[in-house]
Design a protein around this ligand. Sequence first.
Ligand code: NAD
Ligand code: WQD
Length: 332
Amino acid sequence: MNILVTGGAGYIGSHTCVALLEAGHRVIIADNLCNSNLETLNKITKITSKEVIFYQIDVTDESAIDNIFSKHTIDGIIHFASLKAVSESVERPLIYYYNNVISTILLTKACEKHSVKRFVFSSSATVYGKNKVPYVETMKLLPTTNPYGETKAISERILTDMAKVNPDWSVALLRYFNPVGAHESGLIGETPNSIPNNLMPRITQVAKGKLPRLYVFGNDYPTTDGTCVRDYIHVCDLAKGHVAALNKLSKGVHIYNLGTGQGTSVLRLIHAFQETNNIKIHYEITARRPGDIAECYADVSKAERELGWTAKRDLSAMCRDAWRFEKKHAGP
Ligand code: NAD
Ligand code: WQD
């Protein structure tokens, strides 16, 4: 299939492009490079020995989108392009609503105009709000604590409503849990623009000496060791989930959790990193981070049952691959 991948130069997008190319699909990337760089495209080609078609466009630009849809026969779209920093979304809500919601509206509009019937959307576990774990796709969504999460919930609704009036559409709403790690080649991975907010890139930056220590946000949560629990998933497993969704999708709207189903505490992840890579991580317990919930992990049985997909890589592989990439590429 010819797959249009918006945000394909980014972290999850680039790994998914590799998985798509390896599965025999052709890839057209649309990315404005606001949080990525051109070099990633060469690395995708280096890993797969296959070329991608690239358009440096903003997916809030309707005519630029239309140009791509007019030039290529597109069999399906995976829409990754989005701003994703939760705290920034609280400070600059309009930029997030504009970028993340307008892009979904315009891409959906282009699909309708050009009869593209397969749409895979990057959603997030954040849409579950303060539901009880494990999160199941059938749960009623609760309000999220930030505009970023709202942009995902709104986009899900837009796609669901559009699929109702286009009954021959196949839409997958993929709710990712906490993607970490990097491609085993060490060529592509996550390259945060400034000091990262997420746990794994902070751990690797402490390991490298770029940050003096890791602050663990709270150890008084009602969890086994008092630190927050998350469902970390290797980005290559996540990437394969997209290929499975594209291949297996039937008509209608289908929601899938993409996680491992395993909860891991902050301290457990730190210890796994230390043991896997034989490196000491200096950390200090500090106050809770506002907005954090105690536990977040998935029920992944639906993806396994319907897509035949499960995450294969364990915590050790996530830690090993994240560290390999950090050592090789991310900065001094
Ligand atoms: P990323 O920032 O690495 O990738 C996003 C890409 O989209 C970047 O290459 C960026 O340049 C591009 N982009 C953003 N706005 C654009 C626009 N208007 N026009 C064109 N390109 C644009 O982020 P990621 O971690 O790869 O996330 C991919 C998707 O997965 C996003 O939709 C994100 O919200 C979602 N998601 C991410 C996580 C996570 O923890 N990384 C978790 C859940 C969901
Ligand atoms: C994980 C745990 C922190 C940094 C975020 C978004 C979510 C999704 C994934 C996009 C938490 C703790 C972190 C640090 C720490 N993104 N932590 N010290 O918050 O689960 O999810 O990314 O959709 O929407 O909210 O991920 O990696 O930031 O935090 O102790 O320096 O690590 O408190 O418990 P989070 P995270």
